[in-house]
Ligand binder design. Structure first.
Ligand code: ADP
Ligand code: ASP
Ligand code: MG
Length: 403
């Protein structure tokens, strides 16, 4: 079999853990498999590098950030390769560039456009273990780009797709995908299988166990994806096509996104085209807007509230400022102390009352809901960040997910 194994930050968090990873990789190779490894930076490393840059600038240049942040993964890839060689395993470390990962030009959240797997293929054919630095590629000009936080998952899935690997294993610090973050709710239950669509919903709604774009890519390329722990041999969770899943519960889990901020615009000039102008300008600035609320117009002005990822708040402010200066928005305010909690389940499609139950749970706990959005397979609520864990646990209880 050709197996892609990805090891996250905690799994390569110190030298001893890198040695353990080397043992696992060597074992997989010894069992007769071809192995391509993708690694993250050691845990905390990427944040440390971000902190260094922020020491000098509130809004550092994106191209420089990519040069800086991509270094963390290269450290781990080199160290793991050295550790493997020392164990007698023929290994080679590779940057994203050498692995043939070509991206677009959007620094710090680039999209993979193409992978040329020739170099990896050739080395694998020679019997080598290839260790690729995750989270990075190059654009057409040859500048280093990174794939957004958590992007090593995407590197692994994309490489598995390009190499037509039999299996892509994502090794992390939990034993699989649970009904909610097991660090918040210890009663959370591990799922044996989950569909791509449901996993995509979980990941997009903040369950960082898999980066959302990696799940999107896995679905598109039909990659056999398994999430499991690098600290045990326990079987993980298979992420697969919906038709492979027999049981479809009404609600499959609760997701939490702490990484959201709320933008409130007061006194927005109520003319046709204003929403189009504001949100198109935000889109041009690569700001991902999520929930939007517009209130009833009074005296030709209205209020618009929306949420964006915390990391994109600076860019959102720049855009809003332009409209404030033009006199089309009276005042703007920002709140980072919010979070989004979501109830997810494909089974919801055909059932009424699922949303009402979520609202009752919030009412019972005296948690005020600021924003609501629903789709066929999820209900999301924006609440104060201080209630995040209480909300997750209460919802988990109410939908009896521990059973
Ligand atoms: P890595 O560094 O290996 O990429 P991450 O920290 O990105 O790991 O993702 C793993 C974490 O995801 C877990 O430690 C857990 O706290 C969190 N998590 C959130 N939601 C879930 C869920 N539904 N199931 C499992 N883990 C989850
Ligand atoms: N090191 C990067 C991050 O922390 C990428 C990853 O770990 O997947 O976001
Ligand atoms: Mg991760």
């Amino acid at each position: 079999m050709l197996i892609v194994q990805k090891f996250g930050g905690t799994s390569v968090g110190d030298l001893e853990r890198i040695a353990n990873v080397a043992k696992r990789v060597a074992k997989t190779k010894k069992e007769g498999n071809a192995v391509v490894v993708v690694v993250s930076a050691m845990s905390g490393e990427t944040n440390k590098l971000v902190g260094y840059a922020e020491h000098f600038s509130k809004n550092p240049a994106r191209a420089e950030m990519d040069m800086l942040l991509s270094s963390g993964e290269r450290v781990t890839a080199s160290l793991l390769s050295i550790a493997l060689q020392e164990m007698g395993v023929d290994a080679t470390a590779m940057s994203g560039r050498k692995a043939g990962i070509l991206t677009d030009n959007i620094h710090t959240k680039a999209r993979i456009q193409e992978i040329d797997p020739t170099a990896m293929h050739n080395l694998v054919k020679e019997g080598k273990v290839v260790v690729v630095a995750g989270f990075q590629g190059v654009n057409e000009e040859g500048d280093i780009t990174t794939l957004g936080r958590g992007g090593s998952d995407l590197s692994a899935v994309a490489i598995a797709g390009a190499l037509e690997a039999d299996l892509c294993e994502i090794y992390t610090d939990v034993t699989g995908i649970y009904t909610t973050d097991p660090r918040i709710e210890p009663k959370a239950k591990k799922l044996e299988k989950i569909s791509y669509d449901e996993m995509l919903e979980f990941a997009s709604l903040g369950a960082k166990v898999l980066q959302n774009r990696s799940v999107e890519m896995a679905k598109k390329l039909n990659v056999n994806l398994v999430t499991r722990s690098s600290f045990s041999d326990e079987e993980g969770t298979l992420i697969t096509k919906e038709e492979n899943i027999m049981e479809k519960p009404l609600v499959s889990g609760i997701a939490l996104d702490r990484n959201q901020a709320r933008v409130s615009l007061c006194g927005v000039k109520d003319r046709p085209g204003i929403a189009s102008d504001i949100f198109n300008t935000l889109a041009d600035a690569d700001v991902n807007v999520d929930m939007i609320i517009q209130t009833k117009s009074v005296d030709e002005s209205t209020n618009i509230d929306f949420t964006v990822p915390v990391g994109e708040l600076i860019d959102a402010k720049v855009v809003v400022d332009v409209f404030v200066k033009k006199g089309e928005i009276k005042s703007d305010s920002y709140n980072e102390d919010i979070c989004k909690v979501s109830v997810v389940g494909v089974g919801m499609k055909s059932h009424a009352g699922v949303a009402a139950k979520a609202f009752s749970v919030m009412a019972k706990e005296n948690i005020n809901i600021h924003m609501i959005s629903t789709s066929e397979i999820k209900i999301s609520m924006v609440i104060d960040e201080k209630y995040a864990e209480l909300a997750v646990r209460s919802l988990h209880d109410a939908y009896e997910l521990e059973k």
